[in-house]
Design a protein around this ligand. Sequence first.
Ligand code: CMX
Length: 443
Amino acid sequence: MDPLKQLFYEKSQALGKEVRELLKEHGNKKVDDVSLDQVFGGMRDITCMLWEPSLLDAEEGIRFRGYSIPELRDKLPRAAVNGKEPLPEGLFWLMLVGEIPSKEQVKWLTENWVRRANVPEHVFRTIDALPADTHPMTQLSVGVMAMQNTSVFAQRYTAGLNKTEYWDATYEDTMYLIARLPRVAAYIYRRVYQKGEQTLPDISLDWGANFAHMLGFEDAGFKEYMRLFLTIHADHEGGNASAHATHLVGSTLSDPYLSFAAATNALAGPLHGLANQEVIRWILKMVDTLGTSKPSREQISEYVKSTLGSGRVIPGYGHAVLRKPDPRFMAQRQFAEDNVPDSDLIKIVWKIFDVVPPILTSLGKVKNPWPNVDAHSGALLMHYGMKEHNYYTVLFAVSRALGVLAAQCWARALSLPLERPKSVTTKWVKDYLEKEFKVAAEN
Ligand code: CMX
């Protein structure tokens, strides 16, 4: 058994035992109750799902196994040569087994993924069958689905897999899928935007730097940004749409390929991951409309108000859970301050950060007026020369695989069952209120 699998096995056996004992003693204790606002309002804040890799606090932001983003930037292993940002491999290790890995453990993981990274030829041919103007997220989803015929879980299940072995097959699929994903994603980029001229993998590079290389970006700054990007987008607890989609589909014992394809489809919505493409489009339209690459705060303010006036949201702002500026935004801002202090586009992002929150607050209905993760990434990608906005969400998806697949390993190891919440009709709600009202009147 490989060392990470062995560690995961030990950890999951121990936690599985703890969970069984905990539920035996406390299984009927209440952790939440549900209001009609929540039933009609997207199930916000209902505590009803288990997700080991990370936990989101509305005020503080995300913590991965207890570590905040600034702590991860300090503690996770970095690239051997001039590395300042964490290697995403290290975060995957941490999310899977709850321990900060050593440099040697991360090196082992990088090399393991290199060995698993071969993508079957039919996957490329399947993507090639799509019109080139198919959105890159759709191409990614199709690419992931095309790999499903190699699923270890699906094959072993068909052959008669013992329940106690689900976690092992899921771990194998997870490791192969993460290893292959950058190659598939880069293939789509080069196919659509670089005349199909492919850049072959460089097996001496770490996972993030090799992805940058396959995309065709050799700049050391871009590689560092990719390492940071792939780390901070990896997970945001279990209730967000891409994570929840993975969890829901996986709960039917669909394998990790089918489950992660669902995540990509959820991430492709403009209220979720697609917002990173929408942000940069919106900023470039503003620059174009105002006729200046150095708009004043007053000009930006007018533009923001005209966007709101036309019944649209300000992309990159707001969040379903967070109530403070997103630490993922702040990490990118700090990266930009340290590495790219002189970009007009990035300075616009910072001015928007000054201007938008008071305007959104003044509407009186927006629960979180602060920037989210998607507000900053486009300007940094533009700076490094990646100008194809439709592609940005694919980068998010490659990162998101780390968290949602680590969670799927846990779901199988803890034998989490089929997910099946209760839904009701409006008539049911009216009848319920009527009945409750009568009960209240009788009392
Ligand atoms: N601009 C304008 N209005 C906004 C807004 C924004 N950025 N954010 C929220 N609102 C509005 C909502 O549309 C809603 O209006 P209605 O009552 O008229 O429908 C009202 O404020 C209340 O919404 P909320 O409770 O504050 O926010 P939700 O939890 O419903 O939605 C989110 C959260 C992210 C979908 C929303 O803030 C939004 O649309 N933001 C812009 C899109 C975006 O950046 N998405 C990326 C999120 C991060 C990610 O997943 O990648």
